[in-house]
Design a protein around this ligand. Structure first.
Ligand code: Y12
Ligand code: CO
Length: 179
């Protein structure tokens, strides 16, 4: 099922998600719905809180060398904990919860992560490049943070201005539509 994606400034996006203790049918349904939603909205990563579920689960499906998003490459991450973050990189990020805004964010270049899979089995992953960035971006959602909190003061001002302008245009349009 395709779910609604919460968008800024929805307060739920700012809450810390809780640890998952039951690796049951409900969790599997949530992960399957998150995948369907992420693909339908053309995303490459999604955290459970973005579809309103405040639990520590995230998924990532990067494109392969042929540019295709193959489900065989889907990574499901439950209860992640970073064991190592090193180096520095800057990448222009976007987020399904902040539609239409993209900005450079500085993050660790390489990470090591321990987590559980959908059956509760312990796993570890070493990542660099886009995967390292995606893991950090999605893990931030589990802690109630959006990438717009990690951009500099001037870029944040630019975002606030763009958001206000879009909102006032939408409000005007909605006003002319209502009876
Ligand atoms: C690098 C940087 C950020 C991430 C986190 C995952 N981010 C996304 O999956 C963003 C998806 C996204 C998709 C959009 O829709 C289309 O492109 C059709 C989009 O555009 C609008 O909302 C207008 C914005 C973001 C991982 C790795
Ligand atoms: Co995001």
């Amino acid at each position: 099922m395709i779910l609604e994606v919460l968008t800024y400034p929805d307060k739920k996006l700012y809450q810390r998600s809780r640890e998952i203790v039951k690796f049951d049918k409900n969790l599997h349904e949530l992960l399957d719905d998150m995948y369907e939603t992420m693909i339908a909205k053309e995303g490459i990563g999604l955290a459970a809180i973005q579809v309103g579920a405040p639990v520590r689960a995230l998924i990532i499906n990067l494109a392969n060398e042929e540019g295709a998003q193959d489900k065989a490459d889907l990574i499901e991450v439950i209860n992640p904990e970073f064991l190592l973050k090193e180096g520095e990189c800057v990448y222009q990020e976007g987020c399904l919860s902040v539609p239409g805004f993209y900005e450079e964010v500085k993050r660790a270049a390489r990470v090591k992560l321990k987590f559980q899979d959908r059956f509760g089995e312990p796993r570890e992953i070493d990542a660099d490049g886009l995967l390292a960035i995606a893991l950090q971006h999605e893990n931030d959602h589990l802690d109630g943070h959006l990438f717009i909190e990690r951009i500099g003061y001037n870029k944040r001002k630019k975002f606030d201005k763009e958001y206000k302008s879009k909102k006032s245009k939408k409000d005007k349009k909605d006003k002319t539509r209502s009876p």
